[in-house]
Design a protein around this ligand. Structure first.
Ligand code: AHR
Length: 502
């Protein structure tokens, strides 16, 4: 029997979880907006054309912040195309995804949708084809109360109250040659600095995110961060990073080890941020916005839609059970870096590499990856403890001694302790002994498990509940100081321990 130990002490903490760690991302891409968030005429659509079935599922995910409108799309987007009377809005070629954008949904509709969901908007500005003037105009249009050209235009369009958007991304993945208006770190850094200045002068209450690397594998990674921060350190609040993992080679143990690499990435980027601070003898700490992360590879081999189609099926990955394990592991990594990762956005939310799929005119359903996200968002609010783990491990092509047990421990305000625990062994159970010294008397109160005999199982329109979490029986030795439980092979678990029992 494989055996592992978790040691926890309430005085050894990583830090409080910023609720924005459970953010999402909605891009004008494929069927995310059209047939996803917005489908006038759908039986579940409200007067705005917003699908209420989708809104209910997004609420279940518990996403306090939503990034919009891209992604690669934003780097060619003129936000003015998406405001004013719908019949006067132009259709445009979107060069990022080679589709036609009808502009029937824009910044005002997005803010209305956020209010309907109960999430906060995080808007990205175009620093590909766009510049600082368009960016500061958008801040004025959204956030200025009135009495100026842009704010009065918003009022005439039907939104008398400002949208009060607090979080702004200065471009998207500007280090990537695929990006419209790709730039060198110096070109981007200068532009981002001046843009941030004007945006903050327009509304001093906002926070801005500057682009870090679009992936750890980028040739410019590291140098990009230092150069960009050299230009933007005074104005930047967050640095963004992105990661996507896949299992195209069908090597599941290696795939499930990748979330540990996400932790390395975070540590390396934090080192860059703190190096930038050290050069200035500054106490300021740039925090991280991990504003795109997910599993993404199933759709890489999909047939391309006809060029310039409107809202085609794009990036519609059908997620498997093992993808849900990987997403659950990525969530554990994010929690264990809660001290520096303050914002994270699952990319994306509906239809496009998404936890939610919809049929046009039909239902919406939860993909496998919906479940770890919703559970982590519901049970992962509080303070993350430093979990000392002893676990047997395995080697992959790229990584040695990957522990079978991957865990994060979150202590909630009411004293409950939540353990998120993944057993990465595909065949063997893992016996875990929890030593929660100094945390007082604790007893397992609830155990939710996500697992399926078939790692390739997916949820479909016909079988939307094939993969879903189940409640497990409470084991016999459920009381501290000797809590013991057995994680089934390839399972992701949420174990809640409550004080004062036993
Ligand atoms: O999320 C899909 C795409 O991935 C985004 O548009 C881009 O920022 C990233 O490369």
């Amino acid at each position: 029997m494989l055996k592992a130990t978790i040691i926890l002490d309430g005085d050894f903490t990583i830090g409080p979880v910023d609720p924005r760690l459970f953010g999402g991302f909605a891009e004008h891409l494929g069927r995310h907006i059209y047939e996803g968030l917005y489908e006038p005429g759908h039986p579940q659509a409200d007067a705005h054309g917003f699908r209420q079935d989708v809104i209910a599922l997004v609420r279940e995910l518990g996403m306090p912040v939503m990034r919009y409108p891209g992604g690669n799309f934003v780097s060619g987007y003129n936000w003015e195309d998406g405001i004013g009377p719908r019949e006067q809005r132009p259709a445009r070629l979107d060069l990022a995804w080679q589709t036609t954008e009808p502009n029937q949904f824009g910044v005002n509709e997005f803010n209305d949708w956020c209010r309907a969901v109960g999430t906060a908007p995080m808007l990205a500005v175009n620093l590909g084809t766009g510049g600082m003037a368009e960016a500061r105009n958008l801040v004025e249009y959204c956030n200025h109360p009135g009495g100026t050209a842009w704010s009065d235009l918003r009022r005439r369009h039907g939104w008398p109250a400002p949208h009060a958007v607090k979080l702004w991304c200065l471009g998207n993945e500007m280090d990537g040659p695929w990006q419209i208006g790709h730039k060198t770190a110096d070109e981007y850094g200068r532009l981002a600095c001046e843009t941030a200045k004007l945006m903050k002068w327009t509304d001093p209450s906002i926070e801005v995110v500057v682009c870090g690397s679009s992936g750890r594998g980028m040739a410019t990674f590291g140098a990009w961060e230092l150069d960009v921060l050299n230009h933007t350190f005074e104005h930047a609040d967050y640095l963004s990073i992105h990661s996507y993992f896949g299992n195209a080679g069908n090597d599941t143990p290696a795939f499930l080890a990748r979330p540990d690499e996400m932790g390395d990435f975070i540590a390396e980027v934090v080192a860059c941020c703190d190096a930038a601070a050290a050069r200035r003898r500054s106490a300021k700490r740039i925090m991280l916005s991990f504003d795109e992360w997910n599993v993404w590879y199933h759709s890489h081999t999909a047939e391309k839609p006809a060029p310039w189609s409107q809202a085609p099926h794009l990036l519609e990955d059908a997620y498997t059970m093992e993808d849900a394990l990987c997403v659950g592991a990525m969530l554990i990594t994010l929690l264990n870096h809660a001290d520096r990762v303050r914002i994270a956005c699952l990319a994306q939310v509906v239809n496009v590499i998404a936890p939610i799929l919809t049929a046009a005119g039909g239902p919406a359903w939860r993909q496998t990856i919906f479940h770890p996200f919703a559970l982590a968002s519901a049970h992962g609010r509080g303070t993350v403890l430093q979990a000392q783990i002893r676990s047997p491990g395995y080697d992959t092509r790229d990584r040695q001694a990957v522990p079978y047990l991957k865990t994060a421990a979150v202590r909630q305000a009411n004293g409950d302790l939540t353990l998120f625990a993944l057993n990465r062994h595909l065949e063997q159970p893992l016996a875990v002994a929890l030593d929660a010294r100094a945390l007082g008397k604790l007893r397992i109160a609830q155990w939710i498990e996500l697992r399926h005999d078939d790692l390739k199982a997916v949820n479909t329109q016909a079988a939307p509940r094939a993969v879903r979490p189940v409640t497990r029986p409470i084991p016999a030795r459920a009381d501290s100081p000797a809590v013991a439980f057995r994680l089934r092979p390839a399972s992701w678990n949420v174990i809640t321990l409550s004080p004062g029992h036993g």
